[in-house]
Ligand binder design. Structure first.
Ligand code: TMP
Length: 251
């Protein structure tokens, strides 16, 4: 086996050089971090579950025309993806008040928002991913106006589709974070959905009980993190060919 070239290592994933130009391998780690990596843990099996959940979500989104970086699953922890130039923004879409929005505006967590709200954060760990406006984005050249419009439109489609998909299995999509990347064709580029969509990057509440089934279980020390991620996968019907992730040893 030749040693693969590591392109980038983030908090929850590693990107390796892909088998062909324009491709990368995305490896899902078991590492969990919160509060800009001030809180850290290894949650055994998380990477395996998130690899599968993100594959499932990206595949379903692709089928409704939301173009994204996913090509195919390679193994338990790895997927082949298109290489993109990441837009340095975290795009957050919220349906229900929670997390930093609830704190910022003093809203009770769980309050339905009058409409879905999309926010942009500048992806910069040193600065703690600050909230930014479209003025900042265009002035500092993080994205063009057309790209912002495309990201807003795609985010709304993702929200509509995922709200329905999770709603059908008794899960409320409270909010989520997505990232976009540019793919180049000649002189032109367009933005496609990248990164991951998983319980690490969404708030998912059991609709009947409001029980949290996402990374807030880790952030707030609620316990049963892997069990909750597994419950999400089970409800989506993607546990059938998953190995023993809960009982400790991941195959
Ligand atoms: P927030 O309420 O903490 O701003 O989070 C909004 C959504 O974004 C929530 O679904 C969790 C997700 N998120 C990430 O995926 N990565 C992050 O670094 C943060 C802060 C939030």
């Amino acid at each position: 086996m030749t040693r693969r070239k590591k392109i980038y290592e983030g908090k929850a994933k590693i990107l390796y050089e892909g088998p062909e130009p324009g491709t990368l391998i995305q490896y899902f780690k078991d590492d969990a971090t919160a509060f800009n990596a001030q809180k850290k843990a290894v949650l055994e099996g998380k990477g395996v579950i998130n690899n599968r959940i993100s594959e499932y979500v990206m595949t379903r989104l692709n089928a409704i025309g939301v173009q994204n970086h996913f090509i195919k699953r390679l193994n338990l922890r790895e997927q082949l993806i298109k290489e993109v130039e990441i837009v340095p923004l975290e795009v957050v879409c919220r349906n229900v008040a929670a997390g930093s929005l609830a704190t910022r505006f003093g809203l009770p967590e769980g309050q339905q928002l009058p409409r879905s709200i999309i926010e942009f954060y500048y992806k910069n760990d040193k600065l703690g991913d600050p909230l930014v406006t479209e003025e900042h984005i265009t002035a500092f050249n993080w994205a063009q106006t057309q790209e912002i419009d495309d990201m807003l439109a795609m985010t709304l489609r993702v929200n509509d589709f995922l709200s329905g998909m999770f709603g059908a299995v008794g899960i409320t999509l409270v909010d989520f974070k997505i990232e976009f990347g540019r793919v180049f064709e000649g002189d032109f580029s367009r933005v496609i959905l990248a990164d991951e969509i998983s319980p690490d990057s969404c708030r998912l509440w059991d609709t009947a009980t409001n029980e949290k089934l996402d990374k807030d279980r880790f952030r707030r020390d609620l316990g049963n993190v892997i069990e909750s991620y597994t419950e999400v996968a089970k409800r989506l019907g993607i546990m059938k060919d998953m190995p023993r992730v809960i009982e400790g040893g991941v195959g």
